[in-house]
Design a protein around this ligand. Structure first.
Ligand code: PLP
Length: 319
């Protein structure tokens, strides 16, 4: 794994700092358990992977949203994040490329965030980089490349997205020296280790040929371009171009319906599965998440039905 990190992130990590776990979720669960308690504040993106807020709430900490807005390409601004830090802040969660928006944070903004964090040495960072290998328009920026925060950075990545091995339950993490022992202790008390067959599968994935990762990314890129263009031709829908992951997050505010209502009607009446933006946080109202991990043919059917749905809905609105 250390070799893999060197190869794809160009950062040297000692194997003793790495913990392989049954899925990326375990990393965020452990990190939030370590830093979350009553009286603490944890910053997390909104909208985002719903597990962040759910585990923060479970830990007793206050979940403080970092707003991700469409007008900023769903990237945070470093100044905005830094302004949210108080003496109670224990952890900041960052996710780029992001679920559910596909947004990525530009390197310039990450540079600014890391520089600003020098003023707040009491704050740890969890960088969820599970989509690190699925970037289209610019190279991925890893937080691991900033030595000035290495002593308080937890890195999350895994096999679920790069290798489509979600069901194998395989994730990895890099911990600061002072946290690796507590992380290992949590792992021993929780799940002991990743099961042996999955570990061999993980080794085969990272040591085997990698050309299909690029091949899959080319397929995602074709699907992204098709889907975003097609969505933008539908009346009442507009979609920002996502730069990573495999999600489009179209704005459906003009339909006049809630995200939840559209999600349900699309599923029940048109057999198209989307996820309401509100499933990812309050700031997800007015948006839907579409995954283009589905085939191009399926996406074409989905777009056709979505178009149909939007034109009948607006007819109903005008009647
Ligand atoms: N982080 C983000 C942003 C995700 O979207 C996901 C899965 O969807 C995970 C973490 C967890 O992945 P895993 O399957 O490795 O637990």
């Amino acid at each position: 794994m250390a070799n893999d990190i060197l190869k794809y992130r160009n950062v040297s990590v000692h194997p003793d700092e790495i913990l392989v776990v049954p899925g990326g979720k375990v990393v965020l669960f452990f990190a939030i358990l370590m830093f979350g308690e009553s009286g603490a504040e944890i910053l997390y993106p909104n909208p985002s992977f719903p597990i962040y807020q759910s585990v923060i709430d479970f830990s007793g900490a206050r979940a403080v949203p970092i707003p991700l807005l469409e007008k900023n390409g769903f990237a945070f601004s470093a100044d905005e994040v830094l302004n949210l830090i108080t003496e109670k802040t224990t952890l900041i969660i960052i996710n780029s490329p992001a679920n559910p928006t596909g947004g990525t944070v530009p390197k310039s903004e990450i540079d600014k965030l890391v520089a600003g964090l020098q003023e707040f040495p009491h704050v740890a960072i969890l960088s969820d980089e599970i989509y690190s290998r699925i970037c289209y328009d610019e190279e991925h920026t890893t937080l691991l490349a900033y030595p000035e925060i290495r002593d308080r950075l937890i890195l999350l990545d895994g096999w679920s997205k790069t290798y489509a091995m979600t069901g194998w339950r395989l994730g990895y993490s890099v911990w600061p020296q002072q946290l690796i022992e507590p992380a290992q202790r949590l792992a021993i008390n929780c799940h002991s280790c990743v099961n042996t067959p999955a570990q061999y599968g993980a080794i085969a994935a990272i040591e085997g040929p990698q050309d299909f990762v690029a091949e899959m990314n080319r397929a995602f890129l074709t699907r992204r371009d098709y889907l975003v263009n097609a969505l933008n031709t539908i009346e009442d829908v507009r979609c920002t171009l996502p730069h990573g992951a495999f999600y489009a997050f179209p704005n459906i505010i003009q339909t006049g319906k809630s995200a939840q209502q559209i999600q349900n009607e699309l599923l029940n009446d048109h057999f198209v599965a989307t996820v309401a933006g509100t499933s990812f946080g309050t700031l997800g109202e007015g948006y839907l998440r579409l995954s283009y991990a589905a085939s191009l043919d399926d996406l074409k059917v989905a777009v056709y039905r979505l178009n149909e749905y939007c034109s009948t809905s607006s007819l109903q609105t005008y009647n």
